[in-house]
Design a protein around this ligand. Structure first.
Ligand code: GDP
Length: 454
């Protein structure tokens, strides 16, 4: 249809595995897994803290950090050595690939973790929404000495977005306590925690789902290792504040149900990588239902183009299969690039989703915002497009969901409403998909797809 030459046919026979059965059988020796998105104001120490987690869990070798340290020192930026672990920029320059949502992996004895990090340099908000949509929880990094600048800046917006995509649990790393005055100032930690807790609760997080971790990413205190039992930070261990790693390791979400694992294949494409030498075309994302194995024929929607899975990676390891809830990288047979974009849906020939230009969503309007029939930026996980609200259908009671007013002229702050949308293009849509509405860089409302089509 595009006039481009047909992609060469790659034939890999599916192994015909019963993946849900393999998953169930592996239960005894299987690790739990969790993915988190890292958010917070620029310079509050996100990259350094993540570099520290990777170093102290052994995912990155000390000799690599030493090498970064040498380079960083030569550039007069010694304090950035740990942060460079997270910097995919050099990799991008060398390999010519773009990474919108970087994945970094580390493991403990019991849990495999994935860090989802949207590099801040371009298109940050859509990438962050895409990352958060794949995450189980958020880690919010706050410089304890710069709370105000953070709350005025990106901290506030990131919290609203994390909540808008439906994340429930959030860990606040109250960071840089080593450089507080005096160092490890407990009163400062207490007051930052109180302000953050209030803000998070007003954004819709419930008290039980919020954790505060006093720490220093730079020195590595209370990240993986608890701080020393004596000295300025002794109150941390005495007060039974968990380390960041311990906090991450609690309340790991349960694996999806067997019905979800046996359900239709649904994977929203978070990243597309082209031009690798062994793997000319790869895609990454989180499988939200179903399972896949090497050799499977897949369909990319909305184009409807076919491809074959050549190989699969989960947590940086080659696998024969992947199952619902896993974040995976799939190396696929090349298809014409115009048929494959981030935000597209990967399905199988027998389980395609409805493609539509209209849908209805149930939304909650954010604080101090309102909604009219208007154009908006629509985010559906990784999918980002412009849309028009064609009709405000009804306002609902926030608690019971009962309709309290039909065809309102406007929907206001805090209200819950059903709204009809029209799109300029046809896309695959699934009932229950998370929706975030923005306009002019401001988040207006969030909710989920209630009905696909007219
Ligand atoms: P990001 O923009 O949030 O990723 O922040 P970076 O990790 O790049 O850190 C920004 C600056 O803060 C760098 O100079 C870091 O060395 C410094 N920094 C990060 N974490 C800490 C910390 O725990 N203590 C101190 N004193 N400085 C830190």
């Amino acid at each position: 249809s595009s006039g481009a030459p047909a992609a060469p046919q790659v034939k890999i026979k599916s192994k015909g595995l019963d993946v849900p059965a393999l998953w169930t059988a592996s239960e005894g020796n299987r690790k739990k897994s969790a993915a988190f998105v890292v958010i917070g104001h620029v310079d509050h120490g996100k990259s350094t803290l993540m570099g520290r987690l990777l170093l102290d869990t052994g995912a990155v070798a000390q000799r690599d950090i030493d090498r970064y340290k040498k380079q960083a020192t030569e550039m007069g930026k010694a304090s950035f050595a740990l942060a460079w672990v997270m910097d995919t920029g050099s990799e991008e320059r060398e390999r010519g690939v773009t990474v919108d949502i970087a994945q970094h992996h580390f493991s403990t004895e019991k849990v495999d973790f994935t860090i989802l990090d949207a590099p801040g340099h371009r298109d940050f908000v859509p990438n962050m929404i895409g990352g958060a949509a794949m995450a189980d929880l958020a880690v919010l990094v706050v410089d304890a000495n710069q709370l105000e600048s953070g709350l005025k800046g990106q901290t506030r917006e990131h919290i609203l977005l994390a909540r808008a995509v439906g994340l429930k649990r959030i860990i606040v790393a109250v960071n840089k306590l080593d450089s507080a005055s005096p160092p490890w100032n407990k009163e400062l930690f207490d007051s930052v925690s109180a302000v953050m807790a209030r803000f998070l609760e007003s954004a819709g997080f419930s008290e039980d789902d919020i954790a505060m971790v006093p720490c220093s990413g730079l020195n590595g205190e209370n990240v993986v290792k608890p701080p020393p039992a004596s000295g300025a930070s002794a109150w941390v261990a005495q007060g039974q504040h968990r380390t960041l790693l311990d906090e991450l390791s609690t309340n790991i979400p349960p694996p999806p149900s067997i019905e979800t694992m046996k359900g239709p294949v649904r994977l929203q494409i978070a990243d597309v990588f082209r031009g690798g030498i062994t793997n000319p075309l790869s895609i990454a994302g989180r499988l939200s239902s179903g399972s896949l194995q090497t050799g499977d024929t897949i369909i990319i929607q909305p184009s409807g183009e076919k491809a074959t899975i050549k190989s699969i990676e989960v947590n940086n390891h080659a696998k024969d299969w992947t199952i619902a809830s896993q974040i995976c990288t799939l190396h696929i047979s090349p298809i014409d690039p115009i048929h494959l974009r981030t935000g597209d849906l990967l399905t199988t020939p027998t389980s395609q989703a409805d493609i539509t230009q209209s849908f209805t969503a149930r939304l909650t309007i954010l604080d101090s915002q309102s909604l009219l029939p208007q154009s908006v930026d629509l985010h559906l996980g990784r999918q980002h497009l412009s849309a028009t609200i064609t009709q405000l259908l009804a306002i609902h009671d926030v608690r019971t969901g009962e309709i309290i007013k039909r065809k309102p002229r406007v929907v206001k702050s805090g209200q819950c409403a059903t709204v009809r949308f029209a799109l300029n293009e046809s896309i695959p849509l699934l009932k229950g998909m998370r929706v975030v509405l923005r306009s002019g860089g401001v988040t207006l409302a969030s909710g989920f797809v209630e009905k696909v089509g007219i």
